[in-house]
Design a protein around this ligand. Sequence first.
Ligand code: NOJ
Ligand code: CA
Length: 551
Amino acid sequence: MNDASSSPLDWYRSAVFYEVMVRSFRDTNGDGYGDLAGMSEKLDYLSWLGIDAVWLPPFFASPLRDGGYDISDYTAVNPLFGTMEQFDALLDGAHARGMKVVIDLVINHTSDQHVWFQESRRDPNGPFGDFYLWSGTNERFENVRIIFTDTEDSNWAWDDERKQYYWHRFFSHQPDLNYDNPAVHEAVFDVVRFWAKKGVDGFRLDAIPYLYVSDEGNGESEPPTHAFIARLRAMLDTEFPGRMLVAEANQLPRQVVEYFGTPDAPECNMAFNFPVMPYIFWALASGETTGLRGTLTELPEIQGGSAWGVFLRNHDELTLEMVTEAERATMYELYAPEPRMKVNVGIRRRLAPLLDNRRDKLEVANALLLCLPGSPFLYYGDEIGMGDNIWLDDRDASRTPMQWDASASGGFSHADPSSFYLPVVTSEGFTTAEVNVEEQRADPDSLLNWTKAILELRHRLGVMGTGSTRVLTTDHPSVLAFVREPNGPGVPVLCAFNFSENAAEVTISGIGPAGARLVNARGGAEVGEVGEDEGMALALPAMSWHWLTVS
Ligand code: NOJ
Ligand code: CA
């Protein structure tokens, strides 16, 4: 079942990932919920598109009060989504197509419906009595911030049964596990082994900075949290080599870099680069590239074998936690003109609506994503420019049914659309009749076929996954340029972006050896020759992107 041996151990460094919530993709049994059988049915589509790995957010038993991130049984499939046999079939189907499957590992907290919590509140002296953090007072850990600012006003909640408070970093129905209890470690290891044995290729470590909290710290990235991750990684490397851990730590890269660990005590293979994302949107709206250039220049070196994960959108709000207060205010002005668009510390919109459904901006955003240092994570539906519904609860705005065809149900299900887990998007410009896979597949000029082509190009060039990055100087404030340089065979690629609404005449310095020839990687037209001073003048159309090979 497990084919990890047939590909290199660091497969994730050159992979393009695709995030899709099972319930959002395709409903095969007509109950209005997307299911595992539907995921299997659509694997051919993902393979046609050029996806190397899918990331499935939680599909486990859950009351679904937080999109499944509230787990009530870690080793059971939610019956709404199908059966364990169907999960096994999905894994086999993906592997047969050379695709990896990454699942979420939500080990900071469980649902309050989990039997561990039920037992913990019932019997303080029983085997699960110390599985969670209980306290007679709600005044401990007062310097720990609140994450879900829209819904929670404390990290403590009162339990009427045990007559104590319990600690939670997210919703109050998600009690945090107590990592000071070694039995919790063993229970978590059992969960990881269960899925690793099945052949799952990697795990996204949800909310990983918050495992430990102490009176001295602020509950984020405390030293024992790192020690635990290192133990987890050591177990995987020994028992299941080639499996990947990706850290969801919404922090600055110089802090996140700790999640890669050290050569002696490696932790995660990958970590998301959160802050680069808002700066991409900033540049697209304002034409200013200072923030983007800054965050790329300051990106710390990471140890061999590690990789960043980069993304434009995901199943959560477009988070603005990592920008300054002033920058956040500007981002809200630019991207959340309607108050309802804001949620927590971020924005609940999808990529295409954020970019005014402008094809030039969608191309620039995706082309940049696909050549940034690291591996890109696409979000389902963005490849066709799907819309959102900001009036849905919480972060459901961008979790609506995938639009496969022009019918009222979008081809998501044969059930009546009124029974779907969430309504299909009906806003102008984004209806199923206007945005769907079937028609875009047939149209050579569609966003979908453009996306497929650029994924092919990325794979062909090779350098984007494992190459290093050198940010260049330009004499135009709206032009960002950097070179991706191979660590091995292959040729360097100059990546240049003009975020201005006007054409730019720009000189880019420090490209590389004088006399090197620049060739457009799309189409092969020769663009010019690097000058004596290793620089070059280029004329870039308004809102445009360029991948030029340097040889
Ligand atoms: C991060 C997940 O991405 C988010 O959707 C979830 O609500 C929280 N972790 C809590 O698990
Ligand atoms: Ca279903």
